[in-house]
Design a protein around this ligand. Sequence first.
Ligand SMILES: [Zn+2]
Length: 111
Amino acid sequence: MLNIAQITKKARQLKKTLLVFVLLLCSAFMISSLLAAVFISVQAEHECSSEVCFICVKIHNAGSFLAQISKISALTLLAGVSLMAAIIPIKLNLFGNISITLVDIKARMNN
Ligand SMILES: [Zn+2]
């Protein structure tokens, strides 16, 4: 059974791990969208060899990828704003005194 100090330590470790994961994910999104945009701009005026051009297909794929990324980003931003709209009134204590004591959560202190 874990005591309060161990739970707090594990929560901090989990928070750091989550932060690193989120930063890596954001970096991957940014780098991949940047590379797609660079590819489109570099290959925009290529010489088409035939009707079925491999580069044109890749440009189309990169454009679709950028459209999907922008939708995902917009949804993520909307979710973040909604979450902040829900959290800020609680943090500012607009609903009165909401207090959670150790007795309320029945925490054991005798380990
Ligand atoms: Zn082409």
